[in-house]
Design a protein around this ligand. Sequence first.
Ligand SMILES: Cc1ncc(C[n+]2csc(CCOP(=O)(O)OP(=O)(O)O)c2C)c(N)n1
Ligand SMILES: CC(=O)[C@@H](O)[C@H](O)COP(=O)(O)O
Ligand SMILES: [Mg+2]
Length: 624
Amino acid sequence: MGLIEGILGPDDVKGLPPERLEGLAEEIRAFLVENVSKTGGHLGPNLGVVELTIALHRVFSSPSDVLVFDTGHQSYVHKILTGRRDFSTLRQEGGLSGYPARKESVHDVVENSHASTALSWADGIARSFELRGEDRRVVAVIGDGAMTGGMAWEALNNIAEDPKRPIVVVLNDNDRSYAPTVGGIVRKFEPVRRLDNFRLNKNYEAFLKWTKRHLFGAGVPGRAAYGALHSIKKGVKDIFVDAGIFDSLGLKYIGPVDGHNLKDLQEAFALAKDFGGPVVVHTITEKGRGYRPAEENADDRFHAVGRIHPETGLPIEPARFGWTAVFAEEIAQIAREREDVVGVTAAMLRPVGLGAFADAFPERVIDVGIAEQHALTMAAGLAYAGCHPVVALYSTFMNRGFDQLLMDVALHNAPVTVVLDRAGITGDDGASHNGMWDLSLAAMVPGLRVAAPRDAERLRELLREALDVEGPTLVRYPKGEAPPPIEAVGAVDGADLVYSRGGARTAVVAVGAAVPAAIEAAVDRGDADVLDPRWALPVDPALVETLLSYDAVVTVEDGLVDGGVGSEIALALGEAGYGGRLRHLGIGRRFLPHASRASVRRAEGLTPEAIGSAIDSVRQGIRS
Ligand SMILES: Cc1ncc(C[n+]2csc(CCOP(=O)(O)OP(=O)(O)O)c2C)c(N)n1
Ligand SMILES: CC(=O)[C@@H](O)[C@H](O)COP(=O)(O)O
Ligand SMILES: [Mg+2]
């Protein structure tokens, strides 16, 4: 039996003799490669935190001490050490979540996989423990990428306020988000990034502890001597260790610590634990550590992989030319034609398709780090000064910048184009990654024009149209492959007619990616026209006029069922005195469990069959 099989919970990790820990780390790495290569998942980040997570569970006592993982994509090792070793269905329906999940374990606390939140969670939890008189530690593990998010600094500023609140911030610094971390934010604040600093630092800490113990017992003179020694120590420490902004904020800093050295990690965490106030432990780790294909991947160190061959790291399914690639190609071409176009990404340059643009015009693509709020307001500034920014984000992460979209971009009628990839159902990343909120949020924003392409050709067209608008625009499309071209069979006022046999009394208004399923349903049912508005919001009054001539209207969108395009159409039809039947199809207002996209689509009633049933039900209403 290997060591890993004997780990059923944190007590077993604590119980292992120190000389077995490296063996355990080795087994965990092999386990991760073997299992994640079969399911896909966040391989690189987890290979980087094997020793760090073992050390945390050795020093702290979860769940009494609370461990919070920022973003949560690096929590696989924590799952293994807390008795969850069935990775066969990782990220699949009914299987382990790819993030911490409260229903899986008492050791999991934060499920939100939007970055930069862990320090705020930790601050809140620690304050509550204090108010309730509970002596428990709170540990937040946060990556250097997540530290580029403003929220993390808001929290640090607060955490530093009370020197007695015991919060341990483990800064997991692998010098990358996907790509090398924007601005080298941690490097800047900790200029002497040498691992032997920790040893120097550690000796001073031990010295300080000893003097405190001995001199404090010696009354006032002892205390004075301790004060003098403390300031000497601080002076000496300043020569060797410059903890930059952490010091300036008033936070105790330990590090940099070799994040793959189990002994150093445990010592550092033990110091932090005993300190009794807020401490930053700065660990230096390597993303993808111990797996050659990841270590050699300069792009993203296997940040997130699909299924791969474990020996080579090569993908099992060949990469397909999906929506992202269409956008990547078109925006790079537009950039060649228009010098005013500037790309903006929040630490996801290649995943959002700005790679080719950046390769051709590096000075015109700005990576702001995980800073969506800043990205949008900065884009408003770019637009004010004559550029046309294209802010490319995953749909779910735009939620972060909603206020900035509303107040900085839209209020100033700034010609900013927001491009949202991964809109609608994303599936295996679970509740916080579905891009299901964007249409409802966008519908509230005055003056924002929203386009939803139904295929690759429409994406190219609509992107170009968006860039010609002298005001804010948003273009959204889903994850994965784009469908084959869907040509219009005609035009009605306010929309492309994409399916019609003539004479239909029912209209299906399908938004973007919902078009193929709507056509399939209409082909099956016969008597329904399918209309694609292309520009879905605000609802075109011409489309409303068109719809008034139908007896029934079904709307379909891969966004929240309420507040989005269907709701807006219903409102407009109501105001126009429409007397026909209406049905809206969209994603229910709930947090969706992780599962395949197809399965979630089925559950949410967005399949051709479900659309067909909706057509039947509105028609029955007409007949009765
Ligand atoms: C608000 C937000 N924007 C973007 C992302 C996408 N994302 C997930 S992990 C990641 C990089 C995180 O880097 P870091 O915190 O350093 O962790 P590492 O993977 O390097 O361990 C990004 C950009 C996110 N989860 N949340
Ligand atoms: C943690 C995170 O937010 C990303 O790594 C995300 O899981 C990637 O999703 P895609 O695979 O859709 O690019
Ligand atoms: Mg990182």
